[in-house]
Design a protein around this ligand. Structure first.
Ligand SMILES: Nc1nc2c(ncn2[C@@H]2O[C@H](COP(=O)(O)OP(=O)(O)OP(=O)(O)O)[C@@H](O)[C@H]2O)c(=O)[nH]1
Ligand SMILES: [Mg+2]
Length: 198
């Protein structure tokens, strides 16, 4: 069973991204047993959309932060999901303040899994958030295999490059990709996020 943590700031596009990704997995990659774990504070309710009855299970289970207060419950919940549903993938939308590396470590240590992580940032708000969030940023980005600089459709080319340069200061290991979850995300990028690139 594979696991993907989707981290990133409040309103950065996590749910929109998951919808795109899940469609691609089902339509193009033939992966059809996917469980999506949702944070409960989202603007877009994922289970109200396309998901019901098409191979997805959506569960909202975390009323606290899954990397700290709920950390003990994550492995237990994952085991239960494996037993009851045995999906190919679990995709977990973390809350906007979660630390992906802590979630990954938890799954590695408790369940010997090899989780993947993607983190989204909002290209339009990055520069504004930089100052107030500076201490938190490295933790929020740490552990991501890919950082998606989302909402690229809302900013000009100069801003895109400036944000990319700035994000790279906080996330040295991850691959950085500009994208728009609204307009569509390159399938190759989605496959790299899943660790499925050829
Ligand atoms: N223009 C534009 N809007 C986007 C994009 N991605 C998401 N949005 C919009 O941004 C808002 C927040 O998107 P969500 O997908 O709910 O973001 P989220 O990170 O899941 O939000 P929370 O769960 O509340 O933290 C919604 O109104 C989306 O339609 C994008 O690439 N471009
Ligand atoms: Mg959301």
């Amino acid at each position: 069973m594979n696991f993907l943590v989707v981290g990133g700031f409040l309103g950065s596009g996590k749910t929109s991204f998951i919808l795109r990704l899940a469609h691609h997995m089902i339509d193009d990659l033939g992966i059809n047993k996917i469980v999506i774990l949702e944070n409960e504070i989202g603007e877009i309710g994922i289970d109200d959309q396309v998901l019901r009855g098409s191979g997805y299970e959506v569960k909202g289970m975390f009323s606290g932060c899954v990397c700290c207060t709920m950390a003990g419950e994550l492995p237990t919940n994952v085991r239960t999901i494996e037993k009851d549903l045995n999906p190919d993938w679990i995709i977990m939308e973390a809350t906007g303040v979660a630390f992906p590396q802590a979630i990954k470590d938890n799954l590695v240590n408790a369940l010997q899994m090899k989780p993947r992580a993607v983190c989204l940032v909002d290209a339009q708000r990055w520069m504004r958030l930089l100052r107030p969030m500076e201490k938190l940023l490295p933790f929020q980005l740490n552990g991501a295999d890919v950082v998606l600089i989302n909402k690229a459709d809302l900013v000009d080319e100069e801003t895109r490059q400036a944000v990319k340069e700035s994000v790279s200061q906080y996330s040295r290991d991850a691959e950085l990709v500009l994208c728009s979850a609204k307009e569509g995300i390159d399938i190759k990028v989605l496959e790299r996020i899943l660790g499925m690139e050829a």
